[in-house]
Design a protein. Structure first.
Length: 400
């Protein structure tokens, strides 16, 4: 029925396009994969390879690790997203909220040239939730995205200078969306999930005893998310599905030991968000009921960082990064109030023994104000978002 199709199209169009205004990296990616990297704003991530989190950033870096090592990390990500209308009236409260994102990594030496690694992490996701009665409740109330990625990897040391690596990624995605449809329908809630496979590749080249260069690639992840819509009217409920392609990325990193005390690092990461062109929704019979253009664009993230070694037990880190947003002003919505951001990061490490290390990292992300002019569904949202993100990360690493 047309009534049902309209309700479903409004509810599902953003089902997986959630939390992007609050995710720490641009779009709805999560670059938070280690506390050691957090302190440097993840500069040089594909070249540093100091601990087991290199499974994510560049699997070739496992060749730098000996024996066995485990790294466990937790990140407290606190985004803020506050909407103010063009008339200067704030509404919706703070759509952000603290989320805890964990990561875990394990690396073992198989033989002098071969390493095996395993990573469990969340490459995409976060959550936003507006006040239930805010002015844009018919566009968005709650939006939630969760991913779990399992990443077995291998690295091989070709010679004294070159290492290569690669891995498989099995990733599960789950999304939830709610918005107020008004009238007898009330709040509509959609849930959906899917799983898929991808891969990651990397190479690490030791230029000399103080300098190395890393290159790492992570593949796209293509999903067919299947789910259902639930409302207070049973005849308005039913199955729906949505195809979505999450982006690939390419990182090029450099690391240089400037002196016995100082290390410097930098990198550039390209993310292929242009693969995300539309949101096409079909019903249980395969009939297209909505096709929403997104027209995201590819992004570039650049970062620089430095590490100071006080002694064998203590070191300090700092970093600065600029991260482009894939969303243009023309296509920004209440579900995607994203904008470009600047990272300012600090951190440190304490090594109580030769086998263990504790890392702490903190970043504040300065986001540009995001203008919005979203006419549908009514009432229109015309105003500005003020966004910011704070991240605190803690990591424990043990070698044995």
């Amino acid at each position: 029925m047309k009534f049902k199709q309209t309700m479903v199209s409004l509810s599902v169009a953003g089902a997986l396009l959630v939390m992007s205004g609050s995710a720490a990296a641009s779009g709805f990616a999560l670059i938070e994969q280690s506390a050691s990297g957090m302190g440097n704003a993840f500069a040089g991530g594909a070249a540093i390879a100091d601990d087991a989190s290199t499974v994510f950033f560049n699997p070739a870096g496992m060749s730098r690790l000996s024996g066995k090592q485990i790294a466990i990390t937790a990140h407290a990500i606190t985004p803020s997203a506050k909407y103010t209308s063009a008339a200067g009236v704030p509404s919706g409260g703070d759509a952000g909220g603290t989320a805890i994102v964990p990561n875990g990594y394990f690396v073992m030496e198989v033989n002098p040239a071969l390493r095996f690694g395993l990573g469990v992490n969340a490459p995409f996701g976060l959550q936003t939730e507006y006040d239930a009665n805010w002015v844009g409740k018919q566009q968005a109330i709650k939006s939630k995205l969760e991913t779990v990625n399992v990443n077995p990897s291998l690295s091989y040391q070709v010679n004294d200078k070159l290492s290569i690596g690669g891995g498989l990624d099995y990733q599960h995605i789950k999304g939830e969306l709610s918005q107020d449809q008004g009238g007898a329908i009330g709040v509509a809630v959609i849930n959906g999930s899917d799983s898929t496979w991808g891969y990651n590749l990397g190479a690490l080249y030791q230029v000399d005893s103080t300098t190395r260069i890393g290159v790492a690639y992570r593949s796209t992840m293509s999903y067919t998310l299947s789910g259902s819509v639930a409302t207070s009217l049973p005849f308005a409920n039913g199955p729906v599905s949505l195809n979505i392609k999450l982006p690939d990325s390419l990182s090029i990193s450099g690391f240089h030991q400037y002196s016995d005390k100082w290390d410097v690092m930098a990198d550039v990461t390209f993310t292929g968000w242009s693969s995300f062109k539309q949101v096409k929704i079909v019903d249980g019979k395969g009939v297209t009921i909505s096709n929403t253009p997104e027209n995201w664009k590819d992004t570039v993230r650049v970062a620089v960082g430095a590490t100071y070694h006080y002694n064998q037990h203590w070191l300090a880190r700092a970093g600065l990064a600029y991260d482009q947003a894939p969303v243009s002003d023309e296509f920004r919505t209440a579900r995607i109030p994203d904008n470009s951001r600047t990272w300012l990061s600090f951190g440190g490490q304490y090594k109580p023994s030769v086998t263990s290390a504790i890392d702490v990292g903190y970043s504040h992300l300065f986001l540009r104000d995001s203008s919005i002019n979203s006419p549908t569904p009514a009432p229109a949202l015309v105003g500005t978002y003020k966004n910011a993100v704070d991240i605190l990360s803690v990591q424990y690493t043990y070698s044995f």
